[in-house]
Design a protein around this ligand. Sequence first.
Ligand SMILES: [Zn+2]
Length: 480
Amino acid sequence: MQRTYAGTLLVAALVGCNAGVRTSGAPATTVSFGGATLDHEQLRRVLADMPKGGDLHNHMSGSVYAESYVRWAAEDGVCIVRATATSVRGPCAQMSDRVPATQVLADSALQRDIIDAWSMRAWNPARESGADHFFATFAKFSVAASGARFGDMVAEDASRAAAQHVSYLELMANPEGSSISRLGTRAGMSTDFAAMRARIDGMGLHDSLVAISRMIDRAEARERELLRCGTPQADAGCTVVVRYLYQVIRSRPPEQVFAQILAGYEIQAVDPRVVGFNLVAPEHGDVAVRDFSLHMSMIDKLHGDFPTAHITLHAGELAVGVFSAEQLASGLDPAAVLRSHIRQSVEAGHAERIGHGVDVLGEEDSAGLLREMAQRHILVEIALTSNDLILGVRGAQHPLHAYLAAGVPVALATDDPGVSRSDMTQEFVKAVEEQQLDYPTLKRMVRSSLEHAFAEPAVKARLQAQLEADLIRFERDHIR
Ligand SMILES: [Zn+2]
């Protein structure tokens, strides 16, 4: 069970050398960890071996490394528009500005440019903001990341997780594309959410959800094939438990967001592998800002119909500097936006977990909010690399210690490890080097990741028992 999935060999090698991503300031030369004094490479080796529980915040399309997307694009006959480094459907010969992706594999300079455009590898903050470069990557590789590669993505994620002792993944995806959004368009917007729900259900939403379930069946069959599960050569990724979170794209018109939120609730009963939903797309975007409270009221209203459904919400993935000059010129007040998204997500959005929560100290009555989150055991999914690259928030600016001091449960997560050129081990390294966390705190966070997983109770109990056994092994080898 220890063979490595061939498709991730390259990834493992890249991750090992941090893949050329700008790092946020020079780390301390040595740190004290687990009773030893370790330099950066020693710390990375120890933390690579640490059992890490679950990665609860991981967008599937952003989790895959650009090298894999280029390879799949070449195999799938996808073309690349050279000027914009954007993947488009073939045939390529009809248009002079595009080349077959096979040519990218054969041309190392072109390959370098594409990988830089599809990730944060050579991002230059003097040319564009981290948020702009980061979010632009998704449109560039989207054709290479087609639904036909769903199973390949799961295989890459599971194999990489196993190699870092991550036993559980919740992958965010919306594999159906736009079909459910279109039901929302057909239904039209109304303030009568019950009537909207009835119309969308009546249009056959259930059939679309069954179709998603079939896509997951096919993806997992492909994953098992790629990882050779059930054979003597099985990749260790076969042991990783994978669950899914349905992604609601909040930059879309309200009637489409409503249809997707409804789908996020209903699919949990159709397919138990889809264990919750989340709202995605940049929280600082115009529509996300304008409709934030409307989205929360949609979730709140439907929650009455699905009281046991799981919800985790991106909230507070904001910093004053993330808003564009156009937004500021149009009168947007960043402080006003930063004042309430986390509280709204907890109180109206019924979030059991919060993604990022970076701006919590800018919220109105942040002390009261932190107390409320601790009391209600609302976990914050902390993504240090992503927050550094997208928001420029790092080190002492990050509120991780405020959450810890308030007793709010936290767990480390990768967010978009392919785009960020990171992995879970890097998140742990940053937690020690940049946040000065000690081993007992990391261990508590690892346990929290499984306690707050949305997987069914029997699976969680099994993973938790395995984690305790793995921690004993790790401590025997590495902790004094
Ligand atoms: Zn995210």
